[in-house]
Design a binder for this molecule. Structure first.
Ligand SMILES: Nc1ncnc2c1ncn2[C@@H]1O[C@H](COP(=O)(O)OP(=O)(O)OP(=O)(O)O)[C@@H](O)[C@H]1O
Ligand SMILES: [Mg+2]
Length: 775
């Protein structure tokens, strides 16, 4: 077991989490910018230069510099002449110069490869050194290594014993303001009057009218206010009387209002998956993990639904209450001492709501600290709470025992009739009347002011903090930070196990989504039949254009389907994954690799169905089916990779869907047939290199036309074409090979995967730091 001695390094580990992708991105950008041109381009141009047949060799005119003369100007080096190329016949060419240039280009390529590898290696080493120094300098532990797992286990044990087993969360002077316009007015969301303590073994309800700041307060206390430049957050928080610094997270579970799960997994599978990821290193045997899952299901009343799929809005699965209890079960895996819940009962009927609150009651009775925002509870569920914090318009209205609030309101002159429930009555007391008659509006305003003034008077007698100071407090603070950092920054299993579990889940989700599979099969079959029914290709002149037309349509259709499918589904998955990554169940890297790989078999199967139909029906060239299948599959993978990139950089599926049409249109415009390279706006020339449709079409065309011979009969457009090679030349595809296409598409896939990974890793959620209150 490693020592738990803290060296004050873990406080910045959340920031460090971003270093890995950042450093990678920086290194790639610096390599690209350092490089006068892309190394592949350099090589390609050098080769092009070397093999150009019409160049006039003028070895006798030796020059000392590398400049090559043309009639209308010079260019200074072989990798600077792409733009303005003179007529080839006019080039006066020096063979010794081009050899030297070729060697220079090759040398530059090698140098750049060495430089880039060294740069990445050095940056990775720096990152490794700064992040892997855990706890004490004597023991260097890399995330995922056994040592790190031991430390996580040890820290989890610490949360379950001693100081962190029973946690009282105190808070005072919580203020949140919102900058409305730049440096102009400020809107007060929480006014600083709010103070209270959530005690272990007790349930604290936060109540108030809609928009009064309940969710904001809950997020502020737990340290989960999402970072926003417009927000100013002040206040003080305490753990067992020890003051916390602004960026401290409490060892707690936070259950948001809407929790999404992978819909086709059962309750047991969902818990198995999470238990193995979170506790895999501490609970080494399957039996231990199974026992924990069984225990969680028993505690949260999920045993009967163990084999029911979770479901979502489209797929029928668990009831709303069961889903809520499952989300609590998931957060309870590491048994945190504090549980924050934002409206755990909203959207549930009163029976389900009662069951959820009764479950929380049981957890509180075991010593947990429960803080829940509750909206209009029934009298029964209201009575299950011990304490109440009532707010209105960001102001404190009441803090204290739930059972005393009715009497307190009566003392203030706002008593109520016996048959009216307390929860209903107190909400009425602190709600502003709007839109009714002016008199009622005025009265409600006065009532709120009176209750707020009384709360202000009582606030210090309700709660006061004699904060522990000095070395002891600092030690506790450091220890807690350390526990939270380690349990929230390191997954409980190594990267290979993460990959195995994520890959299994991904395959399982895809295979169980029967509706999606059936729809895709129907799409592929119907497209194959439609194309195959319309096109029957012969060998006359008309078949030349028909072939090009069919191949172009196949590629456009495949691009659309693959991209649209991914763009529609991925942002939803991303929202689940980003929560799981944020809670350190696993890392982005294994998730991404498993996601990318698990898609491949289905793409191949769908393409196989389509190709098996279209190929014989349209009578494409015999003997080329395998390459056709390979190319359409590769194109499917490329399109999915682009879809994945769009999905991962888009904040929502709406944005991703909005980006889809312009991207498809750009790809169609630059498919190689619609606009010449010379007329392409300079800013958009790069699209040619990454044109999805262009490369897909080129591959299919080269595969299909090479080796074909055409008869001279039949209607035609333009001169007679006798061979497939001539037809390819018409489209400027002569000299292209299937290998070119495979290479280009592999680069697109690699680029998209890298950018998608960076997109996912860099869009991780950050939280506001709570500043000390302004005196
Ligand atoms: N990041 C933010 N940007 C803009 N406004 C915000 C932000 N956070 C909170 N608010 C505003 O603060 C007010 C309080 O919001 P909050 O979500 O805390 O209310 P609530 O009491 O939880 O309401 P409900 O019961 O309807 O959930 C709202 O008017 C909301 O618009
Ligand atoms: Mg809310």
């Amino acid at each position: 077991m490693a020592s738990l001695h803290h060296q004050g390094r873990s406080s910045s580990s959340s920031r460090r989490r971003l270093h890995s992708p950042l450093l990678l991105a920086i290194s790639l950008i610096s390599i690209t910018t350092l490089c006068p041109q892309h190394p592949f381009q350099v090589a390609a141009q050098a080769n092009k230069f070397a093999s150009r047949p019409k160049l006039v060799d003028n070895a006798s005119k030796k020059k000392k510099n590398k400049k090559v003369n043309t009639e209308d100007g010079t260019y200074s080096s072989p990798w600077r002449f792409g733009r303005k190329e003179p007529k080839v016949e006019e080039i006066v060419f020096d063979s010794s110069d081009w050899r030297r240039d070729l060697f220079a280009a090759e040398f530059q390529l090698i140098l750049l490869s060495v430089m880039s590898s060294s740069l990445i290696a050095v940056l990775s080493w720096i990152w490794y050194r700064t992040t892997s120094k855990l706890v004490n300098d004597a023991k260097v532990v890399k995330p995922g290594e056994t040592g790190a797992e031991d430390i996580i286990c040890e820290n989890l044990e610490q949360t379950h014993s001693g100081f962190f087993k029973s946690v009282a969360v105190g808070f005072e002077d919580i203020t949140m303001t919102l900058q409305q316009k730049k440096n102009k007015s400020e809107r007060v969301i929480l006014d600083g009057s709010i103070r209270g303590i959530a005690q272990p073994g007790r349930m604290l309800a936060i109540m108030g009218p809609s928009g009064s700041g309940k969710s904001t307060l809950l997020h502020a206390i737990s340290g989960k206010v999402k970072e926003d430049k417009k927000i100013n957050l002040y206040g003080k928080r305490y753990i067992n009387g020890v003051p916390l610094t602004g960026d401290s997270k409490i060892p707690s579970a936070f259950i948001e209002q809407d929790v999404n799960f992978f819909p086709h997994m059962t309750v047991k599978e969902t818990l198995d998956f999470r238990v193995e990821l979170k506790m895999g290193s501490c609970l080494k045997t399957k039996k231990e993990r199974d026992d924990l899952v069984t225990d969680l299901m028993n505690q949260l009343g999920l045993t009967k639904s163990a084999n029911t799929i979770v479901g979502n809005a489209k797929v029928r699965g668990l009831s709303g209450g069961e889903r809520k209890r499952l989300s609590i079960a998931c957060e309870m895996i590491s048994s945190p001492p504090v549980i924050f819940l934002d409206e755990p009962t909203s959207g549930l009927d009163s029976y389900q709501a009662t069951q959820v609150i009764e479950t929380l009651r049981k957890l509180a009775d075991q010593g947990k600290t429960i803080v829940a925002v509750i909206h209009q509870p029934s009298q029964h569920t209201f009575q299950l709470f011990d304490d109440l914090l009532l707010i209105s318009e960001g102001k404190l209205m009441y803090y204290g025992e739930r059972s005393k609030v009715r009497g307190y309101m009566t003392e203030l002159g706002f008593g109520c009739e016996d048959e009216v429930g307390t929860a209903e009555h107190i909400l009425d007391c602190v709600s502003r009347v709007v839109g009714a008659d002016a008199e009622a509006e005025k009265q409600s305003e006065k009532r709120i002011e009176t209750i707020a003034a009384a709360a202000d008077r009582h606030a210090r007698e309700w709660v006061s903090f004699d904060a522990a100071e000095g070395a002891e407090a600092q030690q506790v603070e450091r220890k807690m930070k350390h526990i939270v950092d380690l349990t929230t920054t390191h997954p409980g299993t190594n990267i290979f196990r993460q990959f195995k579990l994520l890959f299994g889940r991904s395959i399982q989700e895809t295979l169980r989504g029967k509706a999606a599979i059936i729809i895709k099969v129907v799409q592929q079959v119907s497209l194959g039949l439609i194309y195959g029914g319309i096109y029957t290709l012969g060998d006359n002149q008309a078949s030349v254009m028909d072939r090009f037309g069919l191949l172009s349509l196949i590629i456009i259709g495949a691009t659309n389907m693959a991209m649209a499918g991914t763009i529609r589904s991925f942002p939803k998955e991303k929202s689940i994954v980003s929560v799981e990554v944020a809670s350190s169940l696993y890392r982005t890297f294994p998730y991404f690799i498993s996601k990318a790989i698990s898609e491949l078999p289905l793409i191949a199967i769908f393409n196989g169905i389509f190709s098996a139909l279209i190929y014989p029906l349209a009578k494409l060239q015999k003997g080329k089916f395998k390459t056709f299948l390979g190319l359409t599959s590769l194109h499917g993978i490329t399109s999915e990779a682009v879809g994945l990139l769009i999905g991962s950089i888009s904040p929502s599926s709406d944005v991703a869907l909005a980006l889809f049409p312009p991207i498809i249109v750009l790809n169609i415009i630059f498919d190689g047939k619609n606009i010449s390279e010379e007329n392409t706006p300079a800013l958009l020339r790069w699209v040619n290199q990454v044109g999805l449709i262009r490369w897909g079409f080129t591959g299919l065309a080269v595969n299909e036309f090479e080796g074909l011979a055409f008869s001279t009969g039949g209607p035609r457009r333009g001169p007679v074409v006798k061979t497939g090679e001539e037809a390819l030349a018409r489209f400027g595809l002569d000299g292209r090979t299937v290998e070119d296409v495979v290479r280009a598409q592999t680069k697109i896939i690699g680029g998209c995967w890298l950018l998608s990974f960076l997109g996912l890793a860099l869009t991780r959620q950050k939280y506001e730091v709570m500043q000390n209150p302004v005196q």
